[in-house]
Write a protein that binds this ligand. Structure first.
Ligand code: NAP
Length: 313
């Protein structure tokens, strides 16, 4: 198997928890360098800036951006302009136009741009998609609730414009829905609850419509205890429930209990992302699906804004 040299930009929670182990275990890539303002990873060459990396390491052909969305575009654009393939964490950008621009550059230069949606690789998403394919969906309910203090400790960018607030996790649900539903959905209204001291919402309720169906998403960043990442779809042939962020599937019944002892979180999704990146590189293709980000953008565009109690970590 060919091993491709790759660099990571932004060595934070997701890079350390998921990207670095997935790269090490997958065998398709070698973490050849990092770009980090905070030192990077022991034993891996680190550069303070992307420019310094690209000047010093022309052989590194792939750059994986794991920094927050607000600061990702300039680097991703520079990497593509310099002829490097690019992988983006979710959400792929702080705006839709940014992502369109990156996709156009990648296409013009014949490079791979991979805008990842890790939750689409959760264990039961493919099975849910297959089951729904020939069903008529009447109603969908999304409950995406977690404790921001547990899952995003100290992450100031999430509360700054472009950081999405509660939509940072909720876009994972939207990435699953746009993958599994047999019909397209669009946002029709929303209530967005902004803490008095934050630029992004801490909770939201979003209404959607699709052909013959309605959907409601209840999103909350202040839900203590185990996270509640659940999608329920009522169809003409029964009710599908996806729990644990897409890991566990049940039809017309309680969720299987063999997941009861598995800690909530991300399981097996990042190895699948790097395997997909290897496929895209091998076939000289890109994968950029902005539908989840469009749903979030439309919720911001159509949403009624309500100010709630200030948030202090
Ligand atoms: P994070 O730990 O707060 O930040 C990631 C890293 O990006 C930081 O450690 C820092 O790296 C760099 N960075 C942070 N702020 C920056 C700034 N203002 N300018 C330049 N660089 C900055 O965030 P994260 O949780 O890893 O999330 C990063 C991305 O991954 C987000 O888009 C998020 O939605 C996505 N994601 C996160 C999770 C999760 O569970 N946390 C799960 C899936 C996806 P250096 O110090 O190395 O420069």
């Amino acid at each position: 198997m060919t091993v491709t040299d790759l660099a990571i930009v932004g060595v934070g929670k997701i890079a350390r928890d998921q990207h670095v182990p997935a790269i090490a275990d997958g065998g398709q890539f070698r973490l050849a360098a990092t770009v980090s303002r905070s030192g990077g990873i022991e034993g891996v060459d680190n550069y303070d800036t992307l420019e310094a990396l690209m000047e010093a390491r022309p052989e590194i052909g792939v750059i994986s951006f794991c920094n927050p969305p607000q600061v990702r575009y300039d680097g991703a654009r520079a990497a593509l302009e310099a002829g490097r393939h690019v992988m983006l964490e979710k959400p792929p950008g702080a705006s839709l136009a940014e992502v369109d621009d990156l996709a156009a550059i990648a296409e013009a230069k014949g490079l791979t741009l991979y805008a990842t949606w890790h939750s689409r690789h959760a264990e039961s998403v493919a099975a849910a998609k297959a089951w729904l394919a020939d069903k008529t969906v009447a109603r969908v309910r999304v409950d995406w609730k977690e404790d921001v203090r547990v899952w995003h400790p100290g992450q100031k960018w999430i509360w700054e414009a472009g950081g999405l607030g509660v939509f940072d996790p909720a876009i994972n649900a939207f990435s699953i829905l746009t993958e599994i539903l047999p019909v397209p959905v669009h946002v029709t209204g929303a209530e967005l609850r902004f803490p008095a001291n934050c630029e992004t919402p801490i909770a939201a309720e979003v209404q959607f419509k699709g052909p013959g169906m309605t959907m409601l998403a209840d999103l909350n960043f202040l839900d203590e205890g185990d996270p509640f990442w659940t999608i329920t779809a009522e169809t003409d042939a029964g009710t599908l429930t996806l729990t644990q962020g897409g890991a566990v599937l049940s039809i017309d019944s309680a969720a299987p209990t063999d997941w009861d002892d598995v800690a909530p979180g991300i399981h097996g999704e990042y190895p699948a992302l790097y395997a997909r990146l290897a496929d895209l590189l091998a076939t000289n293709a890109s994968e950029v699906d902005t539908r989840p980000l469009t749903l979030v953008a439309d919720a911001f565009m159509l949403g009624r804004r309500v100010t709630v109690e200030a948030f202090h970590e």
